[in-house]
Design a binder for this molecule. Structure first.
Ligand SMILES: O=C(O)CCC(=O)C(=O)O
Length: 282
């Protein structure tokens, strides 16, 4: 495994996210872009396919490679579970800082959460808006909501866990880069790059109301693959239990399967454990 990944675990533990440069060649992304374009064209880029990315023809071959999996394997000490919580996005999500951790009861300042999302953008976001932004260190903080206040009042979390003022970072990925973030990290899609200060990350609500003349332009199509992985853990079990009972996600599970002999054999070669439909082993 490449030595450039040696520091990934430290970086992601410290910041809540990492941006890894040049994981893929331009040609590899160009080929993947053609595949994604076909899938996104089916609904004219108005919505994203309602099945898991590993069940999408062509994208399965991209995910099930050493190149794609090596960084997350390094972060998870080669003990990696795939559970069918991945997607091809044919447009950005709403601009809003949010965490993707679910059924997460512990104090984030004092506990680890070993579930991560890997993102690959099919277009440049160094000079174009529409990428992703993160709040540094927010994986160790609670979100601003009533349940967090309850955790503090019932002493399940300390007051320090609510002071969430880390720097906002625009990922500014180039073609071939990869981002990985902890599911506890605050992130928002559709990141706007200010034309004059692209390295200053503003709140998503400010991005939303930034006039066009102050923005770096958007790409004509915006596609990205987001793929989740975790270490076998109590947190992962709770996460899956929550997700498979979430009505908004039923269609996703029902439309996805990872039981083809090709997928099973590739996963085995790559030492990747696949939970089919988030439920059963293999
Ligand atoms: O489309 C985006 O950039 C947002 C992705 C996102 O929020 C997620 O995958 O959790």
């Amino acid at each position: 495994m490449s030595e450039k990944y040696n520091n990934l675990k430290n970086l992601i533990n410290k910041n809540g996210f990492v941006i890894i440069k040049n994981v893929f060649s331009k040609e590899e992304i160009k080929n993947l872009e053609k595949t994604c374009f076909k899938h996104c064209s089916i609904n004219n880029f108005k919505s994203s396919p309602k099945k898991d990315a590993l069940s999408l023809n062509g994208i399965d071959k991209f995910i099930l490679t050493k190149k794609f999996l090596d960084p997350i394997k390094k972060i998870l000490n080669d003990n990696v579970v795939y559970f069918g919580d991945s997607a091809l996005h044919c447009k950005p999500n709403e601009r809003l800082f949010h965490k993707d951790a679910r059924a997460d009861k512990k104090d984030p300042l004092l506990s680890e959460y070993q579930i991560y999302r890997v993102g690959v953008f099919l277009q440049d976001h160094y000079s174009y808006s529409g990428g992703i932004k993160f709040r540094r260190g927010s994986h160790k903080k609670l979100s601003f909501r009533l349940s967090s206040l309850k955790k503090i009042l019932t002493k399940k979390a300390g007051l320090r866990s609510i002071l969430n003022f880390g720097r906002i970072v625009n990922a500014r990925t180039k073609i071939g880069d990869m981002v990985i973030w902890n599911l506890r990290t605050d992130h928002s899609g559709g990141a706007v790059l200010n034309k004059f200060f692209p390295n200053i990350g503003f709140l998503p609500i400010i991005d939303e109301y930034t006039p066009n003349f102050l923005k770096k332009p958007e790409n004509s199509n915006r596609m990205a693959i987001f793929s989740s992985f975790g270490a076998p853990s109590d947190e992962l079990e709770k996460y899956l239990k929550y997700k498979i009972n979430d009505k908004r996600y039923i269609e996703h599970w029902n439309n996805s399967s990872f039981n083809s002999p090709e997928i099973i054999s590739k996963a085995k070669d790559l030492n990747l454990k696949i939970l089919s439909n988030g439920l059963t082993n293999e």
